[in-house]
Design a protein around this ligand. Structure first.
Ligand code: FES
Length: 361
């Protein structure tokens, strides 16, 4: 601000020097620098500028109001199935675009108006608020101690050690009730999550037909979902034991397996080859990321894709993760052909199925 300008500034808007800036405490090597001198803004000294700022703030608020009306119009007036093609962004739902745009503009204008208002018109004087002592004054402390001592004397707790000790015991034990209630968060899973209904000799049952599977039923390129024999009868929705049917999803989720046929020479891992039957291999259907059911198989690459977060597993290489957030391979189920010529499990899975979360415990 020039000296010419300063001569036109009203007295009350001239910069003032805070007294605290010049009063260093005696013996204090670090003098309080105080606050910088207050500089008036152009809107403090020029009524025209203040009016202009007022109109700008009001303009932003009016834009916000119109945007809100636009939002309501977009909600009722734009067909939600209408798609528009926007350069760079591609195809977008017109209603969603309008709703987001209007709401964003309405909120932005309220924020921008409030900031502009605060920076141009609200008082901007620096204010000092002195911190108070946190401790009470000596009289108050003395009073509290006196009251406490008097209360203790009135309760005769000093002369009644039996009451004192039992009361301390009661107060120490009462939080245990809350600890015991934590048990209701259980029962603890124990090793339940490490085992499925696959056991040695349990046949693979086609989930679609409900029948056992023979090796010739598995054709190259197809994906067959199977469950352990007996699972549907025991836990299925149409199971005879009604009280058990609520465990169906949990059981089916744990034990669901996908069976595919690969060319034996395409299988890179000896262990995978040995755990299958002439190129037929069985893997858990449950993604090791967070447990979605997997169902997309790419025959050429032997990749299995989880639709939830795109984890991709290589079925020709021990079910290893080749892409995505999953942290470990899909567990393989060891299978063989039994005397009846049906595919059957040789053993349970040797590692937990489903989300890797369980392994971190
Ligand atoms: S659950 Fe499969 S990738 Fe996330």
């Amino acid at each position: 601000m020039s000296s010419q300008d300063k001569s036109e500034v009203p007295e009350e808007h001239l910069p003032e020097v805070h007294a605290s800036a010049h009063v260093p405490a005696e013996g204090d090597p670090f003098a309080d620098p105080g606050l910088p001198a207050h500089e008036p803004r152009v809107t403090d000294i020029d009524e025209k500028a203040a009016k202009r700022a007022e109109r700008q703030v009001a303009f932003l608020f009016v834009i916000s109001m119109l945007s809100t009306i636009g939002f309501i119009w977009a909600y009722v007036g734009i067909d939600k199935r209408r798609i528009i093609d926007i350069f760079f962004f591609g195809k977008i739902g017109a209603q969603n675009l309008a709703l987001g745009g209007f709401l964003g503009l309405a909120l932005f204008c309220i924020g921008a108006g409030a900031i502009h208002w605060a920076r141009t018109l609200m008082t901007d004087e620096e204010i000092v608020q002195e911190r108070h002592e946190f401790t009470s004054d000596p009289e108050t402390r003395e009073y509290a101690i006196r009251e406490f001592t008097q209360g203790a004397a009135d309760s005769v707790i000093g002369r009644r050690p039996l009451i004192r000790r039992t009361m301390i015991g009661a107060m120490a034990l009462v939080p245990l009730s809350g600890v015991v209630l934590l048990r209701d968060l259980g029962p603890l899973p124990g090793t339940k999550l490490r085992h499925t209904d696959w056991k040695p000799g349990v046949e693979l049952i086609n989930e679609a037909t409900g029948l056992p599977i023979k090796p010739d039923d598995i054709v190259k390129g197809s994906l067959t979902m199977v469950l352990p024999d007996g699972l549907v009868e025991k836990y299925g929705p149409a199971g005879q034991k009604e009280e058990l049917s609520h465990g169906w999803l949990e059981k089916a989720g744990m034990s669901a397996v996908l069976v595919v046929r690969l060319e034996p020479e395409d299988i890179k891992s000896k262990k995978e080859l040995a755990w299958g039957y002439e190129g037929i291999v069985a893997y858990s259907k449950i993604c090791t990321h967070v447990g979605c059911p997997i169902g997309l198989y790419e025959q050429q690459t032997h990749h299995l894709l989880c639709p939830c977060h795109q984890s991709t597993f290589d079925l020709a290489d021990d079910g290893k993760v080749v892409f995505g957030p999953a942290a470990r391979s899909l567990p393989q189920l060891k299978i063989h052909v039994n005397e009846a010529g049906n595919l059957a499990a040789t053993q349970d899975f040797t590692e937990p199925v489903g989300a890797s979360f369980w392994e971190r415990g």
